[in-house]
Design a protein around this ligand. Structure first.
Ligand code: ADP
Ligand code: MG
Length: 729
């Protein structure tokens, strides 16, 4: 009987590097060529329309209906000139993937002539037949309509594929009654909220600041696996991760992969990916190997958050597409392989102003350092008060495997500041406030004048922290590699916004009571430093000591998604999000439910596929090999050899029998546990049952199978092994 694993291995070993079509040596010559950007708009729009559109983009407003027809005409002409035949509203429903529904530009005019058209109203708003997107009960069937509307702050782009070119218009997705059904609408609301709050606080320091916008640079980690090998792994295909597989003798222990030389075939993929990304205006900048074998990372230059989120979503999409071109499959799952590093999506976040300043970047000027300290401490304080929400925002079935798995930040939320900034905060904290004037002076000296010297060389890095300050930005490392960053960024913007509102209220109160501005600000900062101390941790976040220490500090350590999601619907969360205008209470409950359901479905799929593989691939292979061993025993006995001659074979037969029985028993029990869980009517209870009653079988079944992998003749083993998945390329 042939084993298709070996056919796949042959294919993988004999790959030739696919050559990459270069557009030009100079990126600047084709960067953004597939984007309806400022240049394209200037060329294709009448001047007054262009100016008006630019204004609404600057102000972050929806497209003015008055110019919609002209904008769409320009956009269409541009797209058609570049070969597009279809257009689509491109949106980010809560499934996690992006969605699109293609319509052709082709129309029949009233007299039956064929023409290319689409109308302004189609640009501004569409009604996708989308009743099957997750909505958490928001859309009952009688109001099953969902609307998509263009958000002009994210430019339209052309998506090229072998099947043709499509004009994609980035949109938000809302229900008939106005509730958000996607990731983007709340993100935009959170942006408006934090912008306003931050501008008001900036006015203590600089009246010229009229706009503040959060920035985001997303480092994206991923694995590459040969397509032929991938196709032999039902678990990778169905769930994105290997549910079974014994560790490779060589994993990452040699530490030779990180920043090592990039294999040629992989490099071709990366160059191709960068080309595609650059055409779409995604400013990819760095590429390198990651810690685990077959693991890589790419990172763009940072951008305004809204665009950065769209670009990351688009990037994940083209990674998949370009990967296939190179006979790779891109694994974006957070933990595709047990025992080696998982993948994250580090979200580098900061706040920038219209005056070109990074509010989280200390400078040589003491006056603007008070501004730095203000935003820095308020961010820490927000993270302390709402760490549970940040945890909820990164929760998913797949990220659960990565968090706290010893090579990723734990599920405990803490912030790393670096030793120098920590000591500045410690010194401020240690000062007592009695006589305002002189205390303020002393504190200003500590907190503000000392900063410039120390910040110039902030190379302090701590890879084990979920939220690390890295010189001029915070890096949220707990985000999962497959996640939509909007979820975490919406929370971060909102909690920092709320914190800034609170800060302003307190400072204004002190100002009204006659305090000087500096004294008032320092006083509040001083208190915030004390109040938020528990969230600061500089040590090794992977250690067991930290788990204990965090418990002593009262920091939550919520390891699994069904429980982490509780934070979305607490009284505290409802108050925060409704006041900020980011989510209504109904939307929060809907999201809570959607995420619980998504969790349950993911675990359900994993359970099914694992059971399937165990029963239809592993056990048959084991039995086949066992039969061969048995006939060997029989033959030896036939020629009169004693029992002792076949001791090893007999032991093997027993071993296989025991494990096969255990596996089949556990698969049966797992199915029963699933049936029980399926009978629960409450989404949270069902998710918890899947987490606590079904999922534990996965590791137990896997343990037995991985043991079998070590004793069964390699020729019989049906699945590409870890060493093959990780090292053949
Ligand atoms: P690392 O050492 O973590 O790899 P880099 O300095 O290479 O960090 O930056 C990582 C990411 O952080 C990049 O995507 C970069 O664009 C982004 N980044 C840098 N400055 C900012 C900022 N002010 N706001 C948001 N992201 C930023
Ligand atoms: Mg980083």
């Amino acid at each position: 009987m042939s084993n298709s694993r070996f056919t796949a291995l042959d294919a993988a070993r004999n790959r030739v590097t696919v050559s990459v079509i270069k557009h030009s040596e100079k990126i600047s010559e084709f960067f953004g060529s597939n984007v309806f950007n400022k240049n394209a708009m200037r060329e294709y729009l009448p001047e007054d329309v262009f100016t008006s559109l630019m204004n609404s983009i600057e102000r972050g407003e929806k497209l003015d209906m008055g110019i919609a027809d002209q904008v769409e005409a320009g956009m269409k002409n541009w797209a058609i000139a570049k070969g597009a035949t279809h257009y689509t509203h491109w949106f980010q429903p809560l499934t996690g993937a992006t969605a699109e529904k293609h319509d052709s530009f082709f129309h029949l005019s009233s007299d039956g002539r064929a023409m290319e058209a689409f109308s302004g109203s189609a640009l501004v708003q569409q009604e996708p037949d989308a009743s099957s997107f997750p909505n958490g009960g928001i859309r009952n069937t009688f109001e099953a309509r969902g609307y998509t509307a263009w958000d002009p702050s994210s430019p339209a782009f052309l998506y090229e594929s072998t099947a043709g070119i499509t004009l994609c218009i980035p949109t938000i997705f809302v229900s008939y009654t106005g509730e958000s059904l996607d990731y983007k609408a709340p993100l935009l609301k959170s942006l408006a909220y934090v912008e306003k709050a931050a501008v008001e606080v900036c006015h203590y320091f600089d009246r010229n600041i009229t706009k503040v916008y959060p920035t985001l640079g997303v480092e994206q980690e991923y694995f590459l696996v040969d397509a032929a090998l991938f196709n032999e792994r039902p678990d990778l295909m169905m769930s994105g991760r290997t549910l079974i597989g014994h560790g490779s003798a060589r994993g990452q222990q040699l530490e030779d992969h990180y920043f090592g030389s990039i294999p040629e075939r992989v490099q071709a993929f990366m160059v191709d990916l960068e080309n595609e990304a650059h055409k779409l205006g995604i400013p990819l900048k760095t590429r390198h190997n990651e810690v685990a074998p077959a693991q890589f990372e790419c990172a763009p230059l940072f951008e305004e958050i809204n665009l950065a989120v769209d670009h990351n979503q688009l990037l994940m999409d083209i990674m998949e597409k370009v990967g296939r071109r190179h006979n790779f499959r891109v694994l974006l799952h957070e933990k595709p392989f047990a025992g080696i590093n998982g993948s994250g999506k580090h979200n580098n976040w900061s706040l920038a102003t219209n005056t070109g300043k990074n509010l989280l970047s200390p400078s040589k000027n003491p006056k603007s350092n008070l501004q730095f300290l203000t935003f820095f401490v308020n961010t820490i304080k927000a993270f302390h008060v709402h760490g549970d929400l940040v945890r909820a925002s990164i929760a998913s079935a797949s990220n659960d495997h990565r968090l706290g798995a010893n090579e990723a930040p734990p599920a405990i939320m803490s912030a790393f500041l670096g030793s120098q900034l920590s000591s500045v905060l410690d010194e401020i904290e240690a000062r007592k406030f009695e006589n305002s004037e002189s205390d303020t002076k002393a504190l200003m000296k500590l907190g503000v004048e000392k900063l410039p010297e120390i910040m110039l060389d902030n190379t302090d890095r701590n890879r084990t922290s979920p939220f690390a300050f890295t010189g001029n930005k915070f890096e949220l490392r707990a985000v999962g590699s497959s996640a939509n960053s909007a979820s975490a960024m919406t929370v971060l913007n909102t909690i920092v916004g709320a914190q800034l509102v609170e800060f302003k209220k307190e400072v204004d109160g002190l100002l009204a009571a006659g305090e000087s501005k500096e004294a008032a600000i320092m006083k509040v900062i001083h208190r915030y430093i004390i109040e938020s101390k528990a969230i600061r941790f500089e040590g090794n976040g992977y250690s067991d000591e930290w788990v204990e220490e965090a418990a002593r500090r009262g920091l939550p350590n919520v390891k699994t998604t069904p429980h982490a999601l509780d934070a979305l619907v607490t009284e505290k969360a409802v108050k925060l999000f409704t006041q900020a205008g980011v989510y209504s209470e109904r939307e929060l409950h809907a999201r809570h439910e959607i995420q619980l359901e998504a969790y349950t479905k993911k675990i359900q799929i994993e359970g099914r596929i694992l059971g399937d593989m165990a029963l239809t691939q592993i056990i048959p292979a084991a039995i086949r090999y066992q039969t061969e061993v048995l006939s060997n025993i029989q033959m030896q006995k036939n020629i009169g050899l004693p029992e002792s001659a076949v001791a090893a074979q007999t032991g093997l037969v027993n071993n296989i029998s025991t494990r096969v029985n255990t596996i089949s028993g556990m698969v049966h029990d797992m199915v029963e546990a699933r049936k029980k869980a399926n009978n629960l009517s409450d989404a949270r209870e069902m998710a918890i049952a899947y987490c606590e009653e079904v999922k534990p079988y996965f590791d137990q079944i896997r343990y037995e199978i991985d043991k079998l992998e070590q004793v069964i003749d390699d020729r019989y083993w049906p699945l590409p092994k870890y060493r093959e998945l990780l090292f053949v390329k």
